[in-house]
Design a protein around this ligand. Structure first.
Ligand code: SF4
Length: 223
């Protein structure tokens, strides 16, 4: 992990696209840097920790106030926020300004902050998706201990779904805390995978999450 000051990819106002707050208006703060290397990654522009702008919290606060106004929900995303050198400071700042802070993460490291305002959307990876997939399951127990954590796992097909069933059982994740995200960068692909996964989700008791941002905007950035 880099020890250089962290950087920001983009800040924008949109709707939370998936997970427990799907559809809610939110400010998105996308951090730069990730070495998890997922084959399905739709934000490869965030991988290089040297790109983007330096993280300047006072400037971000001014911009949020001027452009977006008051918003109760902040989504901290990436990249991999857990690899950002200033994440702790960022979360301390966010907890004083937002009623709810959702952190989108692969769960490749333990949760750096806990508290009633923080909700982790942990997205551990299935075998074959990332060379570091096993590391994303190592801290599941720490996330399970936080009642606001949702485990949202990207799944493409039935073999993936079978792998998810096995991993969820092995790590003791209750079915009601699992959200299945159908893989795809187009509405057509997400719908096709969702149709294949609907019946298995019903049998397993998993939530099948929509991917609202793909439906509305496809793979566009900053929306
Ligand atoms: S953890 Fe997220 S940002 Fe990093 S490669 Fe995987 S999907 Fe992309």
């Amino acid at each position: 992990m880099s020890t250089a000051p962290g950087r920001v990819s983009e800040v924008f106002y949109s709707l939370q696209g998936e997970g427990p707050s799907v559809g809610r208006p939110a400010v998105f703060l996308r951090l730069q840097g990730c070495d998890v290397g997922c084959a399905w990654c739709d934000t490869r522009y965030t991988w290089d920790p040297g790109l983007g702008e330096p993280l300047d919290l006072p400037a971000i606060e001014r911009r949020i106030a001027a452009e977006f106004g008051a918003c109760p929900l902040l989504v901290v995303t990436g990249g991999e926020p857990l690899q950002h050198p200033q994440l702790g400071d960022l979360l301390d700042w966010a907890a004083t300004r937002f009623a709810r802070v959702e952190i989108e993460t692969s769960a490749v490291a333990p949760p750096p902050r806990t508290g009633s305002r923080f909700a982790y959307n942990a997205s551990p990876k299935l075998p074959g998706v990332s060379p570091r997939w096993a590391a994303t399951w190592e801290h599941v127990s720490a996330y399970l201990a936080l009642p606001e954590t949702t485990f949202k796992v990207v799944v493409r097909d039935l073999p993936d779904f079978t792998a998810l069933i096995g991993l969820a059982r092995r790590h003791g994740i209750p079915a009601e805390r699992v959200a299945v995200l159908p893989e795809g960068l187009t509405d057509e692909a997400v719908r096709a995978h969702a149709r294949e996964l609907a019946e298995p989700c019903k049998r397993a008791g998993f939530r099948l999450s929509p991917r609202l941002h793909i439906w509305l905007w496809g793979a566009r950035r900053g929306v």
